[in-house]
Write a protein that binds this ligand. Sequence first.
Ligand code: GLN
Length: 475
Amino acid sequence: MHFNTLQHLQQELVAGRVSCVQIVESYLENIRNNKHLNAFLEVFEAEALANANQVDKKVQNKNQGKLAGLVIGLKDNISYTGHAVSSSSKILEGYTSVYNATVVDRLLDEDAIIIGRLNCDEFAMGASNENSAYGPVLNAQDNSRVPGGSSGGSAVAVQANLCRVALGSDTGGSIRQPSSFTGTFGMKPTYGRVSRWGLLAYASSFDQIGPVTSSVEDMAAVLEVIAGPDENDATVSETAVPAYSKNLKSSGKKRIAVFEDCLTADGLAPEIKTHLNQAIDALKADGNEVEMVSFPYLDYMVPCYYVLTTAEASSNLSRYSGLLYGHRSTEAHDLESTFIQSRTEGFGPEVKRRIMAGTFVLSSDYYDAYYTKAQKVRRIIQQETEKILKDFDFILLPTTPTEAFKLGEKANDPIAMYLADIFTVQAPLAGIPAISLPTGTMDSGMPFGLQLMANHYEEQDLLNMSKYLFELMED
Ligand code: GLN
């Protein structure tokens, strides 16, 4: 059972040639056959089938929503009433959501069927999914490799056809980097395009929810439903949400900037560099204007990102105190030991490392040297990025410097792991939207992505350009 786009699936659904129940059953079978990938933390089997049955009735009555037939998985940091949500952390073991994330409400209103919750790095901190308290996710293309992170389960679920679309969250690349590693499409929307209400926070001035899909069409269909103002999240913009899927058309002949500094970056795999050059040639040959520009800030991005996100994380994660919800140590005997023991037992090593780093950069003696400085650097990166996007429609760059690495390869080297984010942190630092497209394949058969970034709220143009570039590279 395979449909290239949701639109195609819905035509078959309306014609009565397939039912939602059949679609869900086929995903459930794929999930059973791919348990070893460890993509799902929980499958909502009975519930998904019951919901599918309801949607089938609506289709018969011709009153189904826009996403009828869409089977979707949720990263385990998105709240769904009555269901467990843990950010793949022991500290939230046994916790159940008491309200829906706004994105979940919107998906359900349009008749999407939620099939389960997906493994990720603990509190979305990581680039390999090895930081999950529930074990790593395996890349479906090569089980000895990581799927990327932190939305590793989301990416593999789409890669291995365990659901049609998955939602992930992206703070510094967590949707796009796993998309690159698994040959899927991944989008981080503009900061403020999609509500964060009900998303378990990592770094609130960066976090955005976005889709992992197997086509640009599906990305447009899902974004149009989840985007838009929300009274529960004051950072969401009132900017009108276009009908992304209806307006979707392959459109090129644009002005595109490429950073020289990316092409010459240390550690960029030669095959990815060659592929980027091929993309540039193809774009030029097809009438686009592609220009090399200098962007000498690459070395500052990853440090700036890690100072600011660890600071925000240390503040956000202070709520997991052992008092309000989640894990409380049985060893504790007073207030202080409740904090210390519960957090010591509940958090994994990477989360602890970041809470400590974040607490340090916010401490009074070092605040100006690190936190204030990093805020200034962020401002410069924002301004310089915006300057480029005044002269150009898009910025083209690799999504990742390499293809998926081996499990264990970087697990004990946090700095090497952080540098895997080199090309993905710019978009969240600047707050702009970005898409990773699965255009490349290594000689080894491993996929990798090209990334496009656009100006704030230009998701429509970004989707149209993505469709165009993907088709151009397929020819
Ligand atoms: N790899 C990055 C980090 O560990 C990105 C994570 C994310 O986007 N959530 O912070």
